[in-house]
Design a protein around this ligand. Sequence first.
Ligand code: DGL
Length: 267
Amino acid sequence: MSNNRLPIGIFDSGLGGLTIYKEVRALLPAEDIIYFADTKRAPFGGKSRKTLLSYASQIINFLQKKQVKMIVIGCNTISANCYPQLKQRYTTPMFEPIHFAAYQAGIQAQRGVGVLATEATVKSGVFEKKLALHTRLPIYSRPCPLFVPLIEEGLTHPDIVIPAVKLYADYMLPYIDTLVLGCTHYPFLSKSIQMVAGTDVAIINPAKALAKEVAVYLQRNNLTKNYLSKEEEVGTATFYTTGDTIKFRELCHRLISVYPIVEQAVL
Ligand code: DGL
């Protein structure tokens, strides 16, 4: 098969990468996409760099067996801790969300930048490093370990989420005007986050910009799917999870209004 007819691979620990999937799908409706969620081992946020590298390598090996033409790391935690090593290890083109979030926040902030992310992402210091390329304003980074389990359990109602947002973000709000969602799960809580932060704080979700980078890369490299029939104008989506397939399907429906067939994956 010529390369442009191969699928795009997107992966995350669980549901978070769906915030990226949604934008890639919207921008590239004809592309075939494979989405991989390592739900059984989620959350990734409290894991060591060594463990994260081993998880990411197993997932990428799985996606490579499915012959993806590119890989989108739909997980800040993997990107923050393993991106350089993964780039070195694999020749498949790879894309990640952090540099966009840092760029957007860095160029638009006037007062200070807040970063909400997982423990492993905050510990990596990657946001500080990348933000420093674009701004000298103070940065307030906060790990939010309650957020991912809430989303994976489908508990996204503001009544439940708002106290957790306050717990993590309240202290930084007087000093910031820009707040980065440094984990792909968090846009599913953006309504509650915006309610706590108020309308004066701009919330940064890099998913759209990342999807655009994917589209531009495909175009420039003649990798955009050339469909051979009318039916192929609508790309396929195959979802894999290492966890419970039925629960994943229900939550996909609840979060991004798709009701996919979900395959069981064993790594
Ligand atoms: N959604 C991922 C991220 O962007 C992983 C979160 C987790 O599993 O803790 O970091």
